[in-house]
Ligand binder design. Structure first.
Ligand code: FAD
Length: 503
């Protein structure tokens, strides 16, 4: 019977970062992944011979010396990734209903300001204030800057800034306000909740530099998996954990769906914290804590249309688009059946086979779990294939057509270029990621009570830890940072941060 030093439940970004780093530190590692493919949101899938990403459409902070670059360099994967830098002068275009202009977000702070000044020439003061505040807020988070130490008071001083109030404070120009909040699907903005630090950390990473993984982002997970195995670690796929077994005040083993047990000295869960608590059979974790975690709101889910283009029919575009309907930028999650979709994001996949023409395009918009709740008793993944029924297929088709019609308004002729399309709903994400409601980014942060929405990597059980997007911040960068937080809690010091900084 193997007794691993660390058993990691789930192979999402956070779980793999923990496995790779702690394996390097000499621990014996076992990763248990319920799916056939590792990676969680890093997973890709192939339709009509075209690769689609599930949750890595672009990445920030990957230029030399920047935060994610240093993490990937330390893990020895940066040089093995096939990366494409988005256009220097435009990584995102913000477009709106009843406005023919395309507002440009450019890489590099000065470039970012200069491009927005073309459309808002009187707003230099406000734009500089906006950029300075983003930089100032980001500087308060030591780990984000791969620094050790830091004064907690410094960080708490910026946690309560309201994104909307701040943006409205730097300019009275409503259009500029809408533009600055224009790519808010990146962090599911809720105007009565979203803290400015979330907006700042995400925008900062893309303004610093924006990249795509050519042929999909799953390679990030595969390269880490290769490292983990090279260090002697094991990764079991199709290994769903169904119970976390507690004996004598600590976790002793986990039980898998097939009834087998995996034993360890320590356990890290990359599952949603609510799911982790549901599977942990102990009275040592107080109901009050369980209720608190369970009461935290999850972000809305997503509806995705992945389009395969006819050969050489649609030119490749090296930037993303974010669209929203007029007057709704602060309330995109509050759509109704009548006005859906209120927004969309468009991503073009970078392929090594073609530079001039796009092979595919992904359209992403919001979808509440309630819309698919009637099919929630069905499960459908590659390993557990099942039909959800004709009515579900008809629902998806109807939604896809509405969304494609809206995108066609921006790109006339789009429909003629479509060879085929494939959809994903919050149920698809629920089944592949293993959360309860297909939430895109996990637990929602709240500037009104920020500490309530931070989850510690430690639990009441001395050898059970948490990791992943629900801890600090979502996104590949956020989940990587969460992995680091878990590692430092585990290693008992912050030496690892110094090693990464000096990699
Ligand atoms: C539609 C969408 C688009 C996105 N686009 C981007 C983007 O362009 N750029 C970006 O930076 N971020 C993006 N993100 C966010 C980013 O992908 C996630 O924040 C991040 O990957 C989450 O990592 P994680 O560590 O929390 O693990 P997750 O990806 O949540 O993975 C958790 C893992 O645990 C496994 N698991 C769950 N339960 C069990 C169990 N019982 N037993 C065993 N294994 C289990 C799951 O199968 C999964 O592999 C996107 C997300 C979505 C949904």
């Amino acid at each position: 019977m193997t007794n691993f030093d660390i058993v990691i439940i789930g192979s999402g970004m956070g779980g793999l970062v923990c496995a790779d780093i702690l394996g390097r530190e000499g621990y014996t590692i076992c990763v248990l992944e319920k799916n056939k493919q590792i990676g969680g949101c890093l997973q890709t899938y192939v339709r009509d011979k075209v690769i689609f990403d599930s949750g890595v459409h672009y990445l920030g902070g990957l230029a030399e010396g920047q935060n994610l670059y240093q993490v990937f360099k330390y893990l020895g994967i940066i040089d093995k990734l096939k990366l494409q830098k988005l256009e220097e002068d435009v990584f995102d275009k913000i477009i709106m209903e009843n406005d023919d202009k395309e507002y440009v977000f450019a890489q590099g702070y000065e470039n970012f300001i200069q491009h927005l000044l073309k459309d808002f020439p009187a707003e230099e003061k406000g734009l500089r204030k906006y950029c300075d505040k983003i930089k100032e807020v980001c500087s308060k988070f030591p780990l984000y800057n791969l620094r050790t130490g830091g004064d907690i008071k410094e960080k708490t001083s910026v946690l309560e800034i309201d994104t909307r109030a701040f943006i409205e404070s730097i300019t009275i120009d409503k259009k500029l306000q809408s533009v600055l909040a224009g790519n808010n699907m990146l962090y599911v903005l809720q105007s009565d909740k979203t803290p400015f630090y979330v907006h700042a950390m995400i925008l900062n990473s893309f303004i610093e530099s924006s990249w795509k993984c050519i042929d999909g982002g799953s390679v990030i997970g595969k390269l880490m998996a290769r490292n983990i195995r090279a260090q002697g670690g094991v990764i079991h796929r199709n290994a769903e954990v169904t119970k976390i077994i507690v004996e004598d005040g600590k976790v002793n083993a986990v039980e898998l769906k097939d009834g087998s047990h995996v034993y360890g000295k320590n356990f890290i869960s990359n599952m949603h914290p609510v799911r982790t608590l549901e599977l942990t059979d102990t009275s040592l974790i107080k109901n009050a804590y369980k209720h608190r975690i369970k009461s935290l709101e999850n972000s809305i889910g997503g509806f995705v249309v992945n389009i395969v283009f006819k050969k050489e029919s649609f030119k490749y575009i090296k930037h993303n688009y974010y669209y929203h309907k007029e007057g709704h930028v602060w309330t995109l999650v509050n759509y109704t059946e009548a006005n859906w979709p209120l927004c969309y994001a468009l991503f073009f996949s970078a392929s090594s086979r073609s530079g001039e023409y796009a092979e595919s395009m992904t359209i992403l918009t919001y979808m509440k779990y309630e819309e698919v709740k009637q099919w929630e008793d069905t499960v459908n993944t590659v390993s557990e294939e099942a039909e959800r029924g004709e009515d579900y297929e008809a629902f998806k088709k109807h939604k896809a057509e509405l969304l494609i019609d809206l995108v066609e308004e921006k790109f006339p002729g789009l429909k003629n270029c479509i060879k085929s399309y494939y959809t994903a709903t919050p149920l698809s994400y629920r089944d592949y990621i293993g959360n309860d409601d297909g939430s895109m980014y996990g637990i929602v942060k709240d500037y009104r009570n920020p500490l309530k929405t931070f989850i510690s990597p430690r639990t009441k059980l001395p050898n059970l830890y948490l990791t992943g997007q629900n801890l600090n911040l979502h996104g590949i960068l956020g989940a990587a940072m969460s992995g680091l937080v878990t590692c430092t809690a585990f290693l008992g010091n912050e030496d690892i941060i110094k090693k990464i900084r000096n990699a």
